[in-house]
Write a protein that binds this ligand. Sequence first.
Ligand code: PLP
Length: 456
Amino acid sequence: MILSGPEAQSSTRKAIHPPKYPQITQMDTSVWICVYLCHLWAVDFVRCFKTGGSYNLAMVHRSRRLPKDLSLNRLAEARTRIGEVPYDLTISNPTACGISYPSDLLAGLADPRGLDYEPDPRGLMAARRAVSAEYKRWGATPDPRRIVLTASTSEAYGFLIRLFCDPGNAVLVPSPSYPLLEHLARLDGVDALTYDLDGEAGWRVDFPSLESCPAQVRAVVVVHPNNPTGSFIHPDDRERLVGLCREREWALIADEVFLPYPLDGGPGKAQTFASVEDCLCCTLGGLSKSLGLPQIKLGWIVMTGPGNLVETALDGLDYVADASLSVSTPAALALPSMLATGATIPDEISDRCRTNLGTLRRLVSEHHAVTLAPVGGGWNAVLRVPSVVSEEDLCLQLLERHGVAVHPGHFFDFRAKGWLVISLLPSADQFAEGARLLLDGVAQTLIPPHSGSDGG
Ligand SMILES: Cc1ncc(COP(=O)(O)O)c(C=O)c1O
């Protein structure tokens, strides 16, 4: 038989160089590769065994998008060692706080239409209409065609960073604020530069720190209300920000995941950025906060602004979203019914936060050294404590001696020392006891080491 192609070549080679060990040369190349890799592994294993060290994984290259040091900090280490903490005032997962959800909340996930797959980078139109309708309560009616579904708000940040920034560009993020922003930017090869929120002025935007930023900035993030300070963007700051974004050609990214949770409120509490029309504005929201359902993995971006900018941005966003098409069809199909059935969930979570905030106010009023900042909105409260010991040492003491977990302010990039952040989500009993222990623990740090013991 006359062969052509690769078979012909190999048969020719065989004929010219008869194999010395035919049984070996006939082995598949992949077998050789496996043998070689096993050899490498065995050599490494023996070396490790001899030196008594851990198995060597140094051959894994980790990109510079990840932090160099991924080891646990002291607090995380202590929590791992201790295991379950009796009073966890860092909890941010509403599904673990005894919130009661309607029993038929997830019924829509079984919609048989979920067996069909019709991919669309912006997500199912019916779901986008339902998202648009959510904004009516704040007086906005965003165009559903300009809404893009995502698997979470965190993913939405990633999409927007990829859309607006080249590697080496920067986004401006508030300080103090939600710590994940920096990591999300870094994972996309982008710098997160901070602008200040002025604590003395009710966390108003410090415009000089914003305006003096370098040229590589492409977008500015506002968190409305902010996590953890709970402060809303003041209407005057909003106007100035929009003007600045228009002038500098920055995109404005407004994270409104906590907008459905006003507590003490404040100027701006009922305003959504989804009504901004004078600059390119991307308003973010998601079920993880609006219905307390982080496990459903559904968020969204509402694009508003001058028509030509929005359409150009949406074309790019289609490309970014199309690369992963990450929103599940059952979740998108169920969104309208989840929003309708779960309409009472924000009230229940708000009631919990209000009850705990009231308890905290009462307890703090008995401790003159501690102050509670106003909580505009959201699920956290911030406490000002005397900086007798470092925040980290204080948190460790509270954890190890009193069984209370709290966040140090520096996790959220507070500029000054002496801030603690606590969650208002725990059950009322847990919260009251945890807060009492926390305040007693802080008071103990104020007692000089030998006071009382020597008599006098
Ligand atoms: C201000 C803020 N934005 C976004 C997120 C992330 O939300 P998601 O679960 O939708 O990714 C969080 C999570 O706590 C947050 O606090």
